[in-house]
Design a protein around this ligand. Sequence first.
Ligand code: TPP
Length: 308
Amino acid sequence: MCSLIRQVELEIVNRYKEGKMRCPVHLSIGQEIVASVLSIFIKKDDFAVSTHRSHAHYLAKQGSLRKMIAEIYGKRTGCSMGKGGSMHLIDKNVNFMGSTSIVGNSIPIGTGLGFSLKLKKKKNISIIYLGDAATEQGSFYESINFSILKKIPAVYICENNFFSVYSDLKVRQHSKRNIINSLNSLGIKTFKITDYHPVKLVNKMQYIVNYARVNSKPVFIEFLTYRFYEHCGPNIDDNLNYRKKEEIKKWKDKDGYENLKKFLIKKNQKLFIEKVEYLNRKKILNAFKFAEKSKFPNKSDLIDGIYK
Ligand SMILES: Cc1ncc(C[n+]2csc(CCOP(=O)(O)OP(=O)(O)O)c2C)c(N)n1
């Protein structure tokens, strides 16, 4: 999953300049390990909601690569019928219940979906992806509080990449503020992920997801991570100097994807990696071909699939 996400987003980078993808793209390159490790423990009937940076989350929820690329190309065969674009993926076939461009607004939706699972006494969970900036939104705290009170099986997973566009956490929050401490005092079980050793990471995620599923209770995960590309778009914007060179280097060294490859190579799995990358490449080229060949939506599609 990790290499699929990295490879497909690099292909988006390569092709974006062709001007055929007309929507903004927020890439997860550098952050793929979060959704990838979670994907191992996500079941088909679990729900997931996401943010503007949604590609990894959609693919990790067994989303269709072809439908995702077609959506980014604005085509009728896209998962949102070509009307949403990269930031607005939705695919009820795989219980991926939507991603939105409004920071924090999918959090209450994912919480409500989790509540529906509770009412129906299902052993499923609702996964709610959010960025660090969303922890500054009121909807986040209301949702967490509701989840605690109603014992909702929700996994709130915060991809803390330290930045909201160009703004560092330091200029957005009090220096002593700590999200884990704040949430502990609200009464939710919290986890912070800072160790990226593949085996430890998988074991930890398994424990966390099981905890929410088996106990039917919410959990919050703060996952420290880093995006390697600009906030929005296919370029690297390190020349703008809003992030320190040493910081960028530190996180490039911790790159989950590269480290996973190194780990597998040490275990003599080089051939396996090559095979996976080859098969991914074939799938990706097919998905782009499918998107290019698909038709744009008709005028009548405009009012299809909306709440009337
Ligand atoms: C309610 C709201 N406020 C501001 C914006 C503008 N905006 C778009 S993305 C973004 C940064 C979000 O940062 P974060 O949630 O940490 O996610 P990241 O982009 O780092 O993945 C902002 C401020 C918005 N879309 N919605």
